[in-house]
Design a protein around this ligand. Structure first.
Ligand code: FEO
Ligand code: CA
Ligand code: CA
Length: 628
């Protein structure tokens, strides 16, 4: 396809300088004399921007706040965007990160050795960091589709240990420098000293209330403070001190038991851990994924992991103070009093929305060591009258120790009567006001049955529809514009639906119509103008309840007027997830995950009969204007 005429090798030839390993210290020293200096800027979020930079982002000369005409829903196997915009690939599953990386052998969908040195699979949340004059993309590699990754095998039963290891190494996080070529396309800077693969085998430190607790001790780590790896990293966050937050979501699906008669403890069942894994078979090559041998290993996953993108030798830190659940993203806000507030969803039917508030305050250049270690955790309790409150998961309220609250956060949430939600996905904070949004993607069980091991899921409040197939976006306004306040007001920004098929509450809210309809909002984020971007991970069959929705998509919303416009439609059976901006904001990076999943035929991005490959695209305005 046209966008891919330039291979990444050719791109590298003509593109940015590739520093020698020995240049690394100099680059980092000149960019940031120490982690925490503000010359490391996360570009992917608007939460930390000053009002000046918010205003300077409003350079869009278009006649409305959106600056584009919406595209129609489609089932095309491509990136569909409005006239006046271009899209080009940045990086895809299997792309080598170093010149010594073995090329992927696509006839066998790669090997473990190849995967170890290449961009991983199913990219999800991402942040672009400006490190000095370098542009560094940090991106989650959530999971693998084995029916794609091992499609050369006749049967899943024939998957070899190398297939399993290849899959394992396709998980984790990738740190990769990217650069813009003279023709305006973006690509990987091979051999950049920033390039790094973080995998389920990377050593990590466990910090916070659960560190060293008996619940976290294993034969390999009798201290309960060191663990190997991160996996199923869904969405993300970034801190004002220039670090990346990778959020561990469906960590449970990787554990199984050799003893199928094993009585799985209730505490593990609450997180979905059972005697069977989800097909990944990691226990085949590593005993720590066998709960009959290492029953505490699942307690060492389900956290937010902090990664320093400026130092490829740094040890990632699991932040147990932010709770253990199926983390979606971590939206970090600097409260007006300097405390760090982190909003987080637990993506499971009938689980909760959380808030962390640091005890210490952030100051630029000051110590940030304890800001994600020492603080209070809360879960949201919504009332039907438009009010809500944050219930602290304290020792007194839960009867649990601080370590137990950090490990068994779901159970702590149940004890304080937190509101069961319709699968909380991303949370994002409006850069222009104290107002926070959460995508509640859908919940077929709402009002019908509780989730496994969880609480009842009554219809009402922010979860107003029984058997909710479409999802909604809820927002709340903290009392006194104080993100650490106990109370808040809330309302529903949009109820997704299908007004072409239904005329009851399944039609959605008035800002949904037959032209902009969608289902299952998942990734959400504000740009510097205050436009809310909405990415979907929903039903793409375009039939019955979903007729006219097309493939998964990305929309833009004006949160003042409520207007929503479709900006992008992704390729066949993908999910659109992950968004970030270049330092000059002239490029928007958008993630495309699992094209061709579940047997749907996709050959994105290369076309022909090529293997479908998750990846990131760079979207620009043809007039060179700002992308948000
Ligand atoms: Fe990985 Fe909740 O989406
Ligand atoms: Ca998601
Ligand atoms: Ca999702």
């Amino acid at each position: 396809m046209k966008d891919h005429d330039l291979s990444f090798d050719e791109f590298d030839e003509i593109n940015s300088p590739r520093p020698e390993e020995s240049d690394f210290d100099r680059i980092v020293e000149s960019a940031i004399s120490r982690r925490g200096f503000l010359s490391v800027l996360a570009v992917g979020t608007a939460s930390f921007l000053t009002s000046t930079s918010v205003l300077s982002g409003r350079a869009d000369a278009a006649t409305d706040r959106f600056g584009f005409n919406q595209v129609a829903a489609t089932l095309d196997d491509t990136i569909t965007i409005p006239d006046g915009f271009t899209s080009s690939p940045v990086v895809n599953w299997g792309d080598p990160l170093w010149s010594s990386s073995p090329e992927f052998d696509w006839s066998v969908r790669g090997t473990a050795d190849q995967q170890k040195m290449a961009f991983g699979d199913n990219n999800d949340g991402m942040t672009v960091f400006a490190i000095g004059d370098r542009t560094v993309l940090v991106i989650n590699q959530e999971y693998t589709n084995r029916d794609i990754a091992n499609a050369h095998r006749e049967s899943k039963l024939a998957e070899t240990d190398d297939d399993v290891l290849k899959g394992m190494l396709a998980h984790g996080v990738t740190v990769v420098e990217i650069a813009e070529a003279d023709d305006g396309t973006w690509g990987v800077v091979k051999d950049s000293p920033f390039n790094r693969r973080i995998t389920p085998q990377t050593e990590m430190e466990i910090t916070g209330p659960a560190a060293g607790h008996d619940l976290l001790k294993t034969p390999a780590d009798p201290t309960g403070t060191k663990t190997l790896g991160t996996w199923n990293n869904c969405a993300n966050g970034e801190t004002p001190w220039g670090t990346y937050l990778a959020c561990e979501e469906n960590f449970n699906g990787y554990f199984r038991s050799a003893d199928k008669e094993m009585e799985v403890p209730a505490a593990l069942k609450r997180y979905g851990v059972g005697v069977d894994d989800w097909g990944y078979s990691w226990a085949q090559i590593d005993d720590r994924f066998d709960i009959s041998k290492t029953p505490n290993e699942p307690n060492r996953a389900g956290y937010v992991v902090e990664i320093d993108p400026t130092d490829p030798n740094s040890t990632p830190k699991k932040r147990t103070a932010l709770g253990r659940f199926k983390h979606e993203n971590a939206e970090v806000v600097v409260n007006r009093d300097g405390r760090i507030v982190v909003y987080m969803g637990d993506d499971e039917r009938g689980e909760f929305l959380y808030r962390y508030v640091s005890n210490g305050v952030y100051s630029a250049g000051g110590s940030t060591d304890d800001l994600l270690v020492d603080g209070k955790l809360y879960a949201a309790v919504f009332s039907d009258d438009g009010r809500g409150k944050w219930a602290e998961l304290s020792e007194a309220a839960t009867g649990m120790s601080k370590a137990e609250i950090a490990v068994h956060s779901r159970q702590a949430g149940s004890k304080v009567g937190a509101t069961t939600m319709d699968r909380p996905e991303w949370v994002t904070s409006n850069p222009n006001k104290a107002e926070v949004y959460v995508a509640l993607t859908n919940n077929k069980n709402r009002g019908i049955k509780p989730n496994k091991g969880g609480d009842a899921t009554p219809v009402g409040g922010p979860n107003p529809r029984e058997g909710n197939k479409y999802g909604q976006i809820v927002r709340w306004m903290p009392d006194d514009e104080d993100h650490a306040a106990e109370g808040f007001d809330w309302n529903i920004f949009v109820l997704a639906g299908n007004p072409a098929v239904h005329s009851d509450d399944r039609a959605g809210s008035p800002n949904v119509n037959a032209e902009n309809m969608f289902n299952s909002p998942d990734g959400i984020g504000f740009d510097s103008r205050g436009i809310l971007w909405i990415q979907t991970d929903g039903n793409y069959k375009d039939k019955d309840d979903f007729e006219g929705h097309g493939n998964n998509q990305m929309l833009a919303a004006d949160t003042e007027t409520g207007e929503i416009r479709r900006f992008l439609v992704g390729p066949v059976s993908c999910e659109v997830t992950g968004l970030a901006w270049s330092p000059d904001r002239k490029t928007m990076f958008v993630g495309v995950q699992h094209p061709g999943e579940k047997g749907f035929e996709s050959h994105w991005p290369l076309g022909g009969d090529s293997v479908p490959r998750s990846g990131v695209v760079a979207i620009k305005r043809t007039d060179g204007g700002l992308m948000g």
